[in-house]
Design a protein around this ligand. Structure first.
Ligand SMILES: *[C@@H]1O[C@H](CO)[C@@H](O)[C@H](O)[C@H]1NC(C)=O
Ligand SMILES: *[C@@H]1O[C@H](CO)[C@@H](O)[C@H](O)[C@H]1NC(C)=O
Ligand SMILES: *[C@@H]1O[C@H](CO)[C@@H](O)[C@H](O)[C@H]1NC(C)=O
Ligand SMILES: *[C@@H]1O[C@H](CO)[C@@H](O)[C@H](O)[C@H]1NC(C)=O
Ligand SMILES: *[C@@H]1O[C@H](CO)[C@@H](O)[C@H](O)[C@H]1NC(C)=O
Ligand SMILES: *[C@@H]1O[C@H](CO)[C@@H](O)[C@H](O)[C@H]1NC(C)=O
Ligand SMILES: *[C@@H]1O[C@H](CO)[C@@H](O)[C@H](O)[C@H]1NC(C)=O
Ligand SMILES: *[C@@H]1O[C@H](CO)[C@@H](O)[C@H](O)[C@H]1NC(C)=O
Ligand SMILES: *[C@@H]1O[C@H](CO)[C@@H](O)[C@H](O)[C@H]1NC(C)=O
Length: 895
């Protein structure tokens, strides 16, 4: 049977056509009860290029010639993700300049077909299930010529279903899935709002695995693990309940033995126990097995303790002792609660300890290509920053994401996304024009989506909340559907109505989170400018669910990878120009005007690209440091700052804003500012009150500390020098000094250096500020939802005239912790301002991923500072590039 027409238009189809398509001799995809396997690879093609594309029954028979189709050797990919994988597109080229805008979107306005043949060993007593975890936007599924599901059922990116395919299964099978075009306004998909340009396919396709499972007479659903931990935690036993749906697939009642096992990953005696259960014909019950762990090891977020994990397994066997199915999971013992405090702000507690949430908003890859190794690096960066949390707004990804977070001790704030179909409520003021409110079928999709995600997340200790809305709370019909689906999955952590305080459903009450900006540049005093009402927008009080001063500009080495020479010129020559590598074209974040205005006014017009980028990095650093320091400092304030999520952590594509590190994993100003601002034990300056705060995010005991406070002018002359001794209190932020008099007679600009040391003289935190004669003045009354304008700008232009400083650099290997130390010494009598270190390979390319203990340093006259880097990748470093605002560029070869 010839199923397709010729296709001259796809450049790479000929060579791809040579790929092997026959699986005739391949081994069975699954061959024992309980085994699950994803369809490992796909052939895919547009319905416009296939003869008789409407005949999915015929296309899902074995032997169809797909030699001319696109081939991908991955189990999941969106259409664009697949075409990238197949070599039809190349992301280096797509991301360059505005090439992405030229991808033909028309090709995705028709259905596409994913197809694969695979083997099974069907036989008596064997059952086969086909499991989906969401297909975008909708799909018809056919196996061996018969329909398994149609697009009215298999609808929505997160709606996973299990289909019994026992009657259809053969030794040679062909599966065909027709996926339908996606609109973010009409479909439950993974939309991008204003984050970045939209992918041409709107994310259509088999973005999550499609799996085949073999079972005996009884099949289990996902395992839920319910823990009841006695207090004090860790010293009292914990009850553990293993639960899963058990479906009798036979037409007669079946009696099975259900066995539970729980064992610490670190080893030790497993708990194993069982009971007999009878399940009526063709029906589903909940299996429930409870036992007690005598000395549960408690899971903590990274900075507060270890992450012990346990393995749980629930198996069902027939009365003859044959295994029928099993469901396993890794879990941890921890509790999470939340409460709305007397200020109506939410405070989360982990294991009974109130925790200040510090984190960033996650963006997956624009084409949803999930890379486990990259995610693991992202978690390492996040923890290196001192953050404890990542927020996932409607980008729930895959189980591996949660497994890695569990192991590394990162908290995850999970929930639905804003601004499209997911929040199509009549009272949503911010919806894009065409979005219709939900109809009856939509509530069914929402129900299935919540049920599926709840089961995927339930066992993961890293997950600490589900936000069933982002910008808007769900309506009166959706709210109980979401809550019931979570409860049915034995959800044990908080459920919040939204990430904002625009309204709430009666079942959940106020969310206690605020979403009032800013999203674009504001000066560093913004966060501290809380009085008189202690309720100013994004300032440092309460819980800011998404906010920042917009920064995250990549360094030049990264910019050159995705910007043409004329794009680079635009950055500093056309400060108000619309730029492709920002938010989408319809957004107010499509240019850098607001940050640029701040730079021009505060620092003077740039004289070159390099000069512009230095001023940008200073601005990004100052911006992210101030937000995290402001929130950290206000943990014990009259209206405490209970948490803040930086908008955003990462970009879905190489972006000029809203990322703490760039698409290439290169950390720059925003990264090191955020890292400085989030240090576990830290000293910070309040730009408004001119106080110095001592911050300690740990739960440890108290200890003596000394803080050196020194101010110099632009020539390096010391104008203030003082030392304060104090005792830090764990888990506390307090004001320990006022610098009002020290800073009352600034000529133009001064540098303030704060050094925190312990009683043995060990430096715990070192932090340098540049402070102008007068601070920026915010025009609060003219605030917009995305920023607060200024009525007066601080003047930093004196720093353009700093005398050149001479900095020496020496490198030493630290054999103990595999880091390399780098010692900088300012040999001059004036300050060396904003000195950056960049590790490069022998070709001068950035070495990434890596961490630096500190970077973008300002050294006082004659000061010597040692920092260290750790290379997290496999690239051999060759040299360090050094440069500063008043320090000439130099390259130091590594020995
Ligand atoms: C497909 O990928 C798998 C696993 O990554 C690999 O073992 C296999 O050789 C690949 N097949 C082809 C045809 O490239
Ligand atoms: C993509 O294009 C870049 C630049 O043209 C090239 O260096 C790279 O090898 C290409 N990638 C693939 C996978 O072909
Ligand atoms: C993507 O979604 C937008 C908004 O709904 C729509 O205008 C566009 O046609 C969609 N693209 C495709 C290929 O369906
Ligand atoms: C769960 O039990 C099944 C059946 O005994 C076994 O094959 C599987 O490896 C177990 N899983 C874990 C995580 O122990
Ligand atoms: C908290 O919210 C309630 C109503 O939801 C309101 O009555 C009360 O005044 C608020 N409290 C504060 C401190 O804003
Ligand atoms: C949601 O789904 C569950 C499980 O399938 C079902 O029991 C419940 O009735 C559904 N709720 C609504 C309102 O349809
Ligand atoms: C927090 O303060 C306590 C008491 O001084 C100290 O023991 C602990 O090391 C500090 N924690 C961190 C992480 O610096
Ligand atoms: C600053 O004060 C410390 C003592 O608190 C002293 O050791 C140091 O020499 C002083 N430095 C300057 C430059 O005056
Ligand atoms: C940490 O600080 C919070 C807020 O002040 C307080 O409620 C909590 O009891 C403290 N925890 C410890 C262990 O001191």
């Amino acid at each position: 049977m010839k199923m397709r027409q010729g296709k001259a238009s796809f450049a790479l189809s000929l060579s791809l056509g040579l790929a092997v398509t026959s699986t005739a001799n391949a081994a069975a995809l699954v061959s024992s009860p309980g085994q699950v396997a994803a369809i490992p690879a796909w052939d895919l093609e547009s319905s416009a290029k296939i003869n008789d594309a409407n005949n999915l029954a015929a296309l899902s028979k074995t032997g169809v010639d797909t030699s001319q189709w696109n081939k991908v050797n991955v189990s999941k990919c969106t259409l664009m993700g697949c075409l990238l994988e197949a070599g039809v597109y190349n992301d280096t080229q797509l991301f360059y300049s505005d090439n992405l805008a030229n991808v033909d979107a028309e090709q995705f306005s028709v259905p596409w077909i994913y197809r694969k043949e695979f083997e099974l060993n069907p036989g008596s007593g064997k059952h086969f299930l086909l499991q989906t975890h969401g297909i975008t936007s909708r799909a018809d599924i056919y196996l061996n010529g018969k329909q398994v599901a149609d697009k009215s059922t298999q609808a929505g990116s997160y709606a996973g279903y299990t289909y019994d395919i026992t009657d259809l299964a053969a030794s040679s099978n062909a599966l065909a899935i027709r996926v339908y075009p996606t609109s973010y306004y009409y479909d439950f998909a993974l939309g991008w709002v204003d984050w970045n340009p939209w992918p041409a396919d709107n994310g259509t396709g088999v973005w999550r695995d499609v799996e085949i499972k073999q079972t005996g007479p009884v099949a289990l659903g996902p395992l839920r693990v319910v823990t009841q931990i006695g207090t004090p935690l860790g010293s009292k036993p914990a009850d553990v309940t293993l639960r899963a749906k058990a479906q009798n697939l036979e037409k007669t009642a079946v009696t099975i033995t259900a066995s539970g096992s729980v064992v610490a990953e670190s080893g030790g005696e497993p708990l194993v126990w069982s009971k007999k259960v009878t399940i009526p014909p063709l029906s589903t019950i909940d299996i429930d097995l409870t036992n007690t762990v005598q000395k549960p090891a408690i899971w903590w977020p990274a900075f507060w303790g270890a992450q012990p994990l346990y393995k749980a397994n629930l198996t069902v066997s027939t009365s003859e002792g044959a295994l029928s199915d099993f469901a396993g999971a890794t879990f941890g013992f921890r509790t999470v609660t939340s409460k709305v405090n007397s200020n109506n702000d939410t405070v989360f507690s982990v294991n009974g300890q109130p925790i200040q949430i510090l984190g960033g908003g996650y963006a997956p890859d624009m084409f949803l290509r999930f890379d486990k190794a990259k995610w693991e690096m992202e978690v390492k960066y996040t923890l290196d920053l001192g953050f404890n949390t990542i927020r996932l707004e409607g980008k729930n990804e895959h189980p591996e994401l949660y497994e890695i977070a569990d192991r590394l001790g990162l908290l995850l704030m999970v929930g639905w996304e804003c601004c499209d179909k997911w929040e199509a409520w009549s009272y949503n003021q911010d919806l894009a024009v065409p979005t219709p409110v939900w109809n009856d079928a939509d509530y069914v999709i929402a129900n299935a989506s919540m049920a599926h995600e709840a089961l995927m997340l339930q066992t993961h200790p890293s997950v600490f909340v589900y936000l069933i809305g982002s910008d808007y709370w769900p309506d009166t019909k959706a709210t109980p559907i979401y809550i019931n689906a979570l409860k049915a999955a034995d959800w044990q952590v908080p459920i919040l109505a939204s990430a904002s305080r625009r309204g709430y459903p009666k079942e959940l009450g106020p969310s206690g989170l605020k979403m009032e900006g800013p999203y674009d540049w504001v000066p560093p005093n913004y966060w501290y400018d809380i009085e008189p009402s202690r309720s100013r927008l994004g300032a440092a009080f309460g819980f800011g669910s998404e906010q920042s001063s917009g920064g995250g500009t990549p360094a030049l080495s990264s910019l050159k990878k995705f910007l043409s020479q004329s794009d680079l010129d635009d950055l500093w020559k056309n400060p108000d120009k619309d730029l492709f590598h920002m938010s989408r074209e319809t957004s107010q974040f499509h240019q850098r005007s607001i940050e640029n205005k701040g730079i021009w006014k505060r620092w003077g017009a740039p004289s070159s690209l390099e000069d512009y980028l230095t001023k940008v990095q200073i601005t990004d650093y100052e911006g992210s440091r101030a937000m995290f320091e402001g929130f950290s400092a206000m943990w014990n304030a009259k209206r405490p700052a209970t948490g803040v999520i930086y908008w955003m952590l990462t970009g879905a594509f190489p972006s000029l804003h809203w990322n703490i590190w760039d698409y290439y994993m290169h950390p720059a100003g925003a990264y090191f500012g955020a890292k400085m601002g989030s240090r576990l034990e830290h000293v910070a300056y309040d730009y408004v009150k001119k106080d110095v705060y001592l911050i300690n995010h740990s739960l440890d005991v108290e200890g003596p500390r000394s803080i050196s406070l020194q101010v110099i002018d632009t020539s390096g002359k010391v104008t203030y020098n003082n030392t304060v001794s104090t005792t830090t209190k764990a888990n506390t932020s307090k004001s320990i000094a006022s610098l009002t008099s020290a800073l009352n007679s600034i000529k133009d600009v001064v540098f303030l250096r704060l050094i925190l040391s312990d009683d043995k003289g060990k430096v715990l935190s070192r932090n340098v500020y540049w402070i102008a004669k007068s601070i920026d003045t915010l025009d609060w009354n003219n605030s917009d939802w995305f920023y607060t304008p200024l009525s007066k700008y601080a003047d930093y232009t004196a720093l353009n005239k700093l005398a050149t400083a001479n900095v020496s650099v020496s490198v030493g290997k630290n054999s103990v912790d595999q880091t390399t130390s780098v010692t900088l010494e300012n040999l001059s009598s004036g300050p060396a301002f904003f000195v950056s270190l960049n590790l490069v390979d022998s070709k001068g390319e950035d070495v990434v991923p890596l961490t630096w203990s500190d970077n973008y340093l300002t050294l006082f006259p004659k000061e010597k500072v040692t920092v260290a880097f750790q290379n997290l990748g496999n690239t051999e470093p060759a040299a360090i590039q050094v440069e500063g605002k008043n320090v000439a560029k130099a390259t130091v070869q590594l020995a």
